[in-house]
Ligand binder design. Sequence first.
Ligand code: UDP
Ligand code: MG
Length: 326
Amino acid sequence: MQPTPLLSVIVPFYNEEESLPLLLDQLFEAMSDKELQGLFKQPFSFELLMIDDGSTDGSLDFIREEIVRKPELKLVSLQRNFGKTAALSAGFKYAEGEYIVTLDADLQDDPFAIKCLIEKLQEGYDLVSGWKRERNDPLSKTIPSRVFNMTTRLFTGIALHDFNCGLKAYRKKVIQSLDLYGEMHRYIPVLARWNGFGVSEIPVKHNPRRFGKTKFGTSRIFPGLFDFLTVLFITRYLRQPMHFFGMLSLLSFLVGFGISLYVTIGKVFFNEAVVNRPILFLGILLIILAVQFFSIGLLGEMLTRDASRTLHYTVRETMNVQEEKR
Ligand code: UDP
Ligand code: MG
């Protein structure tokens, strides 16, 4: 068995058979770069953790064959296509390095930029993200991505240009603090910052996709939007759903109760009509709402207690990774 690696490079892939051979060549070349190795105080060692996200082409077989010849190469294969977020969190789970780098498999991210990310990390950051300043993608991707980055910046107050670059470097403690599901990989810098970590970015070279086509079409826009709301509310404001919904419930109840009391007093002491008063409906509505909010809060509490225990993917096969990690 190899010694514990210092740097883990995680590559999620889904049907990237044309890109993988060249990618591995580039990655091994980038890892043998003395400049990169010199950035660390400890002796340099690395692992390439390939995460197969249920590929149905020859990608998986290619990696299986390569592993025999390359001790640094490791494989975790998911049972089916679970999406990039799941693939990344599988990678985070198996990665052993003190430093972790993620990179897309489609040759759009430049492996030689890894050393620049690490260099920035050494300045004292916990997460450094790539910034595709000159992005080589069709407009159908760059425009939604601009809107996404703008809104995320606006709502989170975190001043990054590019939240969703595949190329990122982390210190181990950051990935240990992440609990990812849905399409949340887009919000990793946000989650990290909210967990109290130092986050930065540097411009990186971005290549056009050479082979195959993007796996993220416009159909992912809405799931992405809902994940944004989830991230915003659950991880930020709704850690304790009862505090949020309980407050709404209390407010509705107090106003509703006040109105009902007012109508009742009018009837009892001044003999005003009850049926003819639209405000009474508002009062009743608010009291019903209060009960609803309360129940939602309670339900939320019950659910969040279990959510962290659910596994968001299943593993089919591993090669070369430490089994007890599972
Ligand atoms: N990917 C994945 N699972 C998926 C979709 C994509 O692991 O369900 C991988 C894909 O193989 C690539 C990376 O995630 O390595 C980024 O995907 P893609 O290049 O399609 O996204 P884009 O660069 O167009 O945003
Ligand atoms: Mg890509």
